[in-house]
Design a protein around this ligand. Sequence first.
Ligand SMILES: [Zn+2]
Length: 177
Amino acid sequence: MEAFNTLPGIGKKTAVRLAYHIAVEDGFCGVKLAQAIEDAVETVRKCLNCHNMSEDELCGICADESRDKSKLCIVQSAKDILSIEESGEFAGIYYVVSRLEDMDELHLRHVIEGVFEVIFAFPPSIATDTMILYIEDKLEGSEVIFTKIAQGVPTGVELENIDIMSLSRALEARVRI
Ligand SMILES: [Zn+2]
């Protein structure tokens, strides 16, 4: 129970329910879960190209030849890639910038070679607006247009908590910045 309770989004009641399930009701499920967790911890790393979660050097999206390499979507977390992929609205490639302090400007410049449009898919806030300005500034001189996702994304809400419809609409109605 204590172990489950340390996970994000799992309160005490849920922790009790989950612990009871794997320890008492379905031990096999517990063993499978333990194995899956161990595998994930051992094998999941960052894609060398976009910093998405990956089991290989390049993630499935970067390795996919059919993706539109002219559109690059910058997100704050690799989790956001999952949400956008689920919307099915975007066929381009991604780049994760979690913190400006960690951003490797030269690497990003290399990644946007051949990119026509850079789309910022950040939840709207003053902090993310600052990030956008900073990144735009760093990429000055490159021949890309900058857009950001539009309405449908409420202030102060993480992308993973936005319903698919709103996220699809926000991507579709992105605005030039
Ligand atoms: Zn990648």
